[in-house]
Write a protein that binds this ligand. Structure first.
Ligand SMILES: [Zn+2]
Length: 300
């Protein structure tokens, strides 16, 4: 029943609660605020995450194994901060379990997402695609942005679902990415931070998620929504410690860094672009679904 939904519909497929914010939070907030329908599908509950809130340490998988249920609540708070109301878990909450980092015994858990049957997992997503008929989908690249098994699997499931959805498949598919120029600037700028995310990195080219600037298709300017992104990050308190470099960056550079998100395009034609690399500024560009005039102000 897409009749009742807004004209522009965006689907995001992420691996764990909190991935939606760090990689795509500003983009989600931007589209939610400008009248698009934003659907977030999270594939696992993130049961194997570390816990950065000391009072909650015993929720960990090796003890009470209740972190997943707690992160479900963190995720719904984060979505509320981003203005996103349509959030689902792939196959329902608890169907697939966080696989943990690559090579750990948790990869072999019977419900580990890493072990999921690809077509069965994709079928859950196809159901959602048929219901919403999103024109644009966002997920990770084949390496899952940085190699976590659940991120790689989320990529595979999303791409397989797009194949299986036939005529209902999204017309454009984007993968999260970082331009090398931004990584280089970041490396210089963060050199003095005590919690420097680039510590030990000699060459930004060695980072798994860097792309030459001309391989980037879209630059989403969500600086207006950067406060919402920060609030959504704070909602994931078990995962993002107060002293995280993410907050350090935010304090030093504000929306300039945290509010801007980049994508490569995996399916569909780029819409109109701007700047030296002709980057799109609207993921719906070229689809004849321009943002309704005044939508930005009207919805705030
Ligand atoms: Zn993740």
């Amino acid at each position: 029943m897409t009749d009742a939904l807004p004209a522009r519909r965006l689907l995001l497929v992420h691996a764990h609660p909190d991935d939606e914010v760090t990689g795509t939070g500003a983009t989600m907030a931007h589209y939610a605020a400008t009248g698009a329908h934003v659907t977030l599908v999270t594939c696992t509950l993130g049961e194997e995450g570390e816990i950065h809130v000391p009072e909650l340490a015993q929720l960990e998988a090796a003890q009470a194994d209740q972190l997943g249920g707690y992160r479900l609540v963190e995720l719904s708070r984060a979505c509320a901060e981003l203005g996103v109301t349509d959030h689902r878990f792939l196959g329902g909450a608890g169907r697939y379990r966080d696989s943990g980092m690559m090579g750990l015994p948790t990869n072999d858990h019977e419900r580990a997402f890493w072990r999921a049957d690809l077509d069965e997992a994709a079928a859950h997503l196809v159901e959602i695609i048929r219901e919403i008929k999103p024109q644009v989908m966002i997920t990770y690249d084949p390496n899952g942005f940085y190699g976590h098994p659940d991120h790689i699997q989320a990529h595979r499931v999303a791409m397989r679902a797009a194949e299986l959805a036939g005529a209902d498949a999204p017309q454009k598919i984007y993968w999260t990415a970082m331009p090398l120029s931004v990584l280089r600037d970041g490396m210089d700028a963060f050199r003095e931070l005590s919690d420097n995310p680039f510590a030990g990195v000699e060459n930004v080219e060695d980072l798994p998620f860097g792309h030459a600037d001309d391989e980037i298709a879209a630059r989403m300017d969500g600086t207006d929504y950067y406060q919402q992104k920060m609030a959504a990050m704070r909602a994931h308190a078990t995962q993002i410690p107060d002293n995280s470099w993410l907050y350090g960056i935010a304090g030093d550079f504000g929306g300039e860094f945290m509010g801007v998100e980049y994508f490569t395009i995996a399916k569909g034609e780029r819409g109109p672009g701007e700047g030296p690399h002709n980057w799109e500024s609207d993921l719906f560009g070229g689809l004849g679904l321009e943002q309704p005039a005044g939508a930005d102000e009207a919805s705030r």
